[in-house]
Write a protein that binds this ligand. Structure first.
Ligand SMILES: Nc1ncnc2c1ncn2[C@@H]1O[C@H](COP(=O)(O)OP(=O)(O)O)[C@@H](O)[C@H]1O
Ligand SMILES: [Mg+2]
Length: 232
């Protein structure tokens, strides 16, 4: 579905991505891993059109998305749960969810009922403002909001960052359920142990380059990967 090839990007004169290649197939969960500052968010921003890449290729279902504006990329079927959640603070939970609801034809459409089924907590909080939610609730809302756009591919950037352990488990459980339902997911996270229980493949980046790729089984059979590229 998503194919990134030799992607390069940076901020002004500062080059951050030198050579990032990765692919996510239909129904696959792929992780993008690496220590802080290695270029994970820059990769996601480049894919989503929030930053204009300087080289390489980005295709989605065979369509060229390189350098396209964010609305085109959302329309092509990529939903983003951004780093820092970024829910609308002055809208209610329900207004946040409805604000991004898409009207694309020909695909299963996520409804409020289905999002509330995935996150019963959001239903209880449906009338509360975004600013009144806990970090975990905001994260659930950010995921629900992305699902309401009916993405073919969901990208999550550090969705469990700063959350209490129990809430993290809840978020991962939701990702497992989405995978079981056939969704395709690209997930940026630091908790490689938890992700290895359900992700298909992993891509580790270091200083803007892919340093290691493999399956969850590869990762388990080579613990040095974590020491080399992930632990501080
Ligand atoms: N808006 C920005 N302007 C300049 N440099 C940035 C900006 N955002 C990130 N960087 C730099 O780009 C590098 C990669 O950052 P980022 O992609 O956010 O890493 P990660 O998500 O892996 O932690 C870091 O050195 C960071 O300081
Ligand atoms: Mg980041």
């Amino acid at each position: 579905m998503l194919k990134i090839e030799r992607l390069q990007a940076g901020y002004g004169p500062a080059k951050v991505l030198f050579d990032i290649s990765l692919a996510v197939g239909a129904g696959e969960v792929v992780t993008l891993l690496g220590r802080n500052g290695m270029g994970k968010t820059t990769t996601i921003r480049s894919v989503m059109g929030l930053l204009r890449p300087t080289g390489g290729a980005v295709t989605f279902e065979g369509r060229d998305l390189f350098g396209r504006p964010p609305y085109r990329i959302a329309k092509a079927g990529i939903g983003l749960v951004p780093e820092g959640r970024q829910v609308f603070p002055t809208l209610t939970v329900e207004e946040n969810l409805v604000a991004t609801a898409a009207s694309r034809e020909g695909r299963k459409r996520w409804t409020l009922r289905e999002v509330y089924g995935l996150f019963p907590r959001l239903q209880e909080r449906r009338g509360n403002l975004g600013s009144q939610l806990s970090g975990g609730e905001q994260q659930m809302l950010a995921i629900g909001r992305a699902l309401m756009t009916n993405p073919k591919l969901l990208i999550l950037d550090e969705a469990t960052e700063g959350l209490a352990p129990l809430i993290r488990l809840e978020i991962w459980d939701v990702l497992k359920r989405l995978k079981a339902a056939g969704e395709s997911i690209l997930v940026v996270d630091k908790n490689v142990e938890a992700l290895a229980t359900f992700a298909d493949r992993h891509v580790v980046i270091e200083k803007g380059r892919v340093a290691w790729t493999g399956t969850s089984q590869d990762l388990r059979s080579d613990p040095s990967v974590k020491d080399r590229y992930l632990h501080v």
